[in-house]
Write a protein that binds this ligand. Structure first.
Ligand SMILES: *Cc1c(COP(=O)(O)O)cnc(C)c1O
Length: 389
């Protein structure tokens, strides 16, 4: 992979751990795109989209599926379908993607009010807190209609939630006449890690949004699944949001390759994440909670004795061609996907070592200065000035 500007400009090997969204379509995917049978999906007749939707619905054990442009659109449409009556409220986790990273779209576009319940560190919501958050029938309150959870939980390090919990939450929802939506952007990773079929994991849910472009490694899109009635309403909303796309089979085709060829190998990404985490526990200045590395993410905590902030670690790593993301002042994230090999992991561990080593950083500075045009110019000026005297 090329094209990443590092400070020295000499690094050839790039290991891109910023996210599982950075994968490039494989040759098989491009071939599938070129050969895809297509027709007008707004008219509902694109055969490749139809196949993808049917397969995803079957994997999730639901009636039907709908291809949408993104995970954000999938969650937005799902929440809006469940909360189609004005004055609706949704119970969501304090660390959820819907709450933090979707521009508050369910409110700005859908007029849905959010009732935020604090996420536990394992990604769940405390069932008592959820029950307490459900509004009684009273004119002062909005009407609770929906509960959302996220599996795996992205901002809590890719923790996965088992079916036992989800069943209980679903039971609670049904007792109160509420719907349950699962933001399953990485539900394939959860199912792999728990060794439970997806269908079982989402049995209690009324709808699920599954990203094709995260761990599955397809270039574009998500699929939402649910009952026939849910999908019929979702299809109308998708059109209103500008998400009705014509010869969409060209995007469904690589997603089918992902489901058939990549979904079954996600355990390799999880192994690689664990390998990195293990390697990093031996390095001073950072800490990884090994037990919390359940899927394809590693959250690296920067300890107080570290000379570098998370941002500085990312910058330093970038000089070695290791791309990561600083989530906060003291948290760096590395995410694994099918285009990262075991050898990349060993290389990344060595680069973390170098990035955090004081002597190596000093050496880098000297090399960078030596290679820097301005520094060389400055030296020439100083030398010239010294020569004349
Ligand atoms: C990425 C992500 C989304 C949104 O998907 P986009 O395709 O980026 O819009 C939603 N939920 C979770 C948990 C995600 O990780």
């Amino acid at each position: 992979m090329a094209g990443h500007e590092t400070a020295n400009g000499y690094v050839k090997r790039i290991v891109d751990l910023r996210s599982d969204t950075v994968t490039k379509p494989t040759p098989e995917m491009r071939q599938a795109m070129a050969n895809a049978l297509v027709d007008d999906d707004v008219l509902g007749v694109d055969p490749t989209v139809d196949q993808l939707q049917k397969e995803m619905a079957q994997i999730c054990g639901k009636d039907a599926g709908l291809f949408v442009a993104s995970g954000t659109m999938g969650n937005l449409i799902s929440v809006l379908v469940h909360c189609e009556v004005r004055g609706s409220e949704v119970i969501i986790g304090s660390e959820s993607h819907i709450h933090h990273y979707e521009q508050g779209g369910i409110s700005t576009l859908g007029h849905v009010y959010s009732n935020i319940v604090p996420n536990e560190s394992d990604g769940t919501l405390d069932l008592r807190k959820v029950e307490d958050a459900i509004r009684p029938d009273d004119v002062h309150y909005p009407t609770t209609r929906l509960i959302c959870i996220e599996n795996t939980h992205g901002s809590l390090g890719g923790r996965c939630i088992g079916s036992e919990y989800t069943d209980k939450l679903g039971g609670l929802a049904r007792r109160y006449g509420l719907k349950l939506h699962i933001d399953g952007a990485r539900i394939f990773n959860a199912a792999t890690a728990l060794n439970v079929p997806i269908q079982r994991l989402v049995e209690a849910a009324d709808s699920v949004s599954v990203c094709l472009s995260k761990g599955l490694g397809a270039p574009v899109g998500s699929v939402i699944v649910g009952s026939f009635e849910f999908i019929a309403k979702a299809r109308r909303l998708r059109k209103a949001l500008g998400g009705g796309m014509r010869q969409l089979g060209v995007l469904a085709a690589p997603a089918l390759v992902s489901i058939h060829d990549i979904a079954g190998k996600l355990h390799i990404d999880h192994q690689n994440a664990h390998r990195l985490a293990e390697g990093l526990t031996r390095i001073k200045g950072i800490h990884v909670d090994l037990a919390s590395v359940e899927t394809n993410m590693v959250f690296v905590e920067v300890t107080e004795d570290s000379p570098l902030s998370a941002n500085e670690i990312c910058k330093s790593l970038k000089n070695y061609g290791i791309l990561t993301m600083a989530l906060t002042k003291n948290k760096v994230r590395a995410v694994f996907h099918h285009q990262i090999s075991e050898d990349d992991v060993q290389h990344a561990i060595r680069c973390f070592q170098n990035a955090l080593c004081r002597d190596c950083r000093l050496l880098w500075r000297i090399i960078q200065d030596a290679l820097c045009r301005d520094c060389r110019l400055l030296w020439r000026i100083i030398q010239d000035a010294l020569c004349r005297d």
